[in-house]
Design a protein around this ligand. Structure first.
Ligand code: TYD
Length: 210
C-alpha cells in the first residue's frame, strides 16, 4: 500500500509546491487516481494546528512544543486523509512529511534526530512514504525566490535567520545519506521547467514499476 505514498521535501523557495502542481496536471492527463495534500495541514484539524504553529505572534513557542504540534497534525492528517486514500488505491503526493520534522525540529532546532523520531514513530505507526523527492537549492537563492513572489504568505519559519536555513539544507543532505534508497535528490537551482521535467520522468518510471 505504501508504495503509492510519495512525499516532497525541501527548504524555503525550492519550488516544490509549484512542481507538485505541475505533476498533478500531468498525472491527471495520464489518468492516474491520485490526491495531492500538504503538511502541516491537509484537513481541518491539522490546518487549525498549522495556524497555531505558523502564527507570527507565537514567537515564544518552545521547540519541543512545535515538534509535538507537527507530530499531532501529522497523525490526524495520516488517519483522516492519507491512509484512507492509500487504502482506496490512490497515489498520494504529500507536500512535506516526517523528514521536515527530522530536519527542521530535530536538526535545525537542535532537539535531536532521535527525540523527534520517537514522537513521530508514535504518530505514524510505520506509515512512511516509499519515495521522497528532495529539492535542493542554496538557501540564499531559495529565499530570493520567495522575496520575488509577493503573493506567498511569509510565515514564522521564513523569518528565521540564514544560519537556520543552512542548517535545514545540511539536515536534508544528511538524511539523503541516511535513507539513500528512499530519498531522491533533485537539483532545484535550475529553471522550473527542467525541475518539473526531471521529477515527472522519475515519478512516471517509479509508478510503472510499483
Ligand atoms: P509552508 O508555508 O507550507 O512552507 P513551504 O511552502 O516551504 O512548504 O510552511 C511550512 C513550514 O513548516 C516550513 O517552513 C517548514 C515547516 N515545517 C516544520 O518545521 N516541521 C514539519 O514537520 C513540517 C511538516 C513543516
Amino acid at each position: 500500500m505504501n508504495q503509492n505514498f510519495i512525499s516532497f521535501e525541501g527548504g524555503e523557495g525550492a519550488g516544490k509546491t509549484t512542481v507538485i502542481e505541475a505533476l498533478a496536471r500531468f498525472l491527471k492527463e495520464e489518468g492516474y487516481n491520485f490526491i495531492t495534500t500538504r503538511e502541516p495541514g491537509g484537513i481541518q484539524i491539522a490546518e487549525s494546528i498549522r495556524e497555531i504553529i505558523l502564527d507570527t505572534k507565537h514567537t515564544a513557542m518552545d521547540g519541543r512544543t512545535e515538534a509535538l504540534l507537527y507530530a499531532a497534525a501529522r497523525r490526524q492528517h495520516l488517519v483522516e486523509r492519507i491512509i484512507p486514500s492509500l487504502q482506496a488505491g490512490k497515489v498520494v503526493l504529500c507536500d512535506r512529511f516526517l523528514d521536515s520534522s527530522l530536519v527542521y525540529q530535530g536538526m535545525a532546532r537542535n532537539i535531536g534526530l532521535d527525540e523527534v523520531l520517537v514522537i513521530n514513530n508514535f504518530a505514524i505507526e510505520n506509515c512512511m512514504p516509499k519515495l521522497t523527492f528532495y529539492f535542493d537549492i542554496e538557501p540564499e537563492k531559495g529565499l530570493a525566490r520567495i522575496a520575488k513572489n509577493k503573493d506567498r504568505e511569509i510565515n514564522r519559519l521564513d523569518k528565521e535567520n540564514l544560519d537556520f536555513h543552512y542548517n535545514v539544507r545540511n539536515g536534508y543532505l544528511k538524511l539523503l545519506t541516511m535513507f539513500p534508497e528512499r530519498i531522491v535528490k533533485i537539483n532545484a537551482d535550475r529553471p522550473l521547467e527542467e525541475v518539473v521535467a526531471e521529477t515527472t520522468a522519475k515519478i512516471t518510471e517509479y509508478l510503472k514499476q510499483v
